[in-house]
Write a protein that binds this ligand. Structure first.
Ligand SMILES: [Zn+2]
Length: 255
């Protein structure tokens, strides 16, 4: 079986000591491709070099709401120019989105909607971050409709919200959260969705799986996330499920 980690921050310093051996170990386990999102202008620009060093890595460019204080208004224009010049190197615009735990939703909304417009102009999908913000994201999508879909990273929401995003052309990112018994609501929603609407992710180095709390998460755990997903879909064929998830990811990012 082969897998793609559709969302991992392999450029973060947590991996400085063992990045190359980690990537080799992942490839040996069947995790053969990695999507690394952009989080700021400077880091998105740096990812180009990163991609040149590690051929299994695909990159996106974006301004993540977590790093809101770093983002200047001028960064949008720079991001636009950077993404336009390097369009063939990018698989998506993001990670962008709206996060209610971060102060200044007005600035977040401004940056998010401009990144949707940028993705539309470059005909690229989006990698969308959310936290308690499905209602606000839907409002932004109304004002600025994404034309090329993308991924709702670390989806947790109701079945209605899942169907809404699928209708907008999005896939839902499924990560370590489904390995926790307490995530009963998300597990129940994911269990009901067809695999062609789902993509696997780890969000490394964050979001450790159940049993690995306190450890640095890595894409080596993608097969564990897959096993947990398979556990939610006991009537499916395991190999076919892996293939559908792989195709779903390669489909949305055109890789
Ligand atoms: Zn992320």
């Amino acid at each position: 079986m082969k897998f793609i980690d559709s969302h991992c921050h392999l450029d973060f310093s947590e991996f400085d000591a063992n990045r190359e051996s980690l990537i080799n170990a992942c490839v040996a386990k069947g995790v053969s491709q990695f999507i690394v999102p952009g989080i700021s202008l400077a880091q998105s620009q740096k990812l180009l070099e990163f991609k040149a060093t590690y051929p299994q890595i695909r990159i996106a460019a974006g301004l993540h709401p977590y790093f809101l204080e770093q983002h200047q208004q001028s960064h949008l224009e720079s991001l636009y120019n950077f993404a336009k010049t390097n369009k063939t190197q990018l698989v998506a615009i993001g990670e962008c989105g709206l996060d209610r735990s971060i102060f200044n939703l007005e600035k977040q909304t401004f940056l998010f909607e401009h990144q949707i417009a940028l993705a539309n102009e470059l005909e690229l999908p989006l990698i969308v971050h959310h936290r308690q913000s499905h209602d606000l994201i839907a409002q932004s999508f109304k004002r600025c409709r994404p034309k090329n879909g993308g991924v709702i990273h670390a989806f947790s929401g109701s079945i209605q919200q899942a169907h809404y995003y699928i209708k907008q052309g999005f896939k839902l990112g499924v990560g370590g959260v489904i390995t926790y018994e307490r995530a009963a609501k998300t597990r129940a929603v994911i269990a009901k969705l067809e695999p062609q609407h789902l993509v696997l992710e780890t969000d490394s180095p964050s979001m450790p799986l159940s049993g690995y709390q306190g450890e640095v998460n890595t894409p080596l755990h993608i097969p564990n996330v897959f096993d947990a997903l398979y556990g939610l879909k006991p009537n499916s064929d395991k190999f076919q499920l892996a293939e559908q998830l792989y195709d779903s990811c390669s489909d949305v990012f055109c890789i």
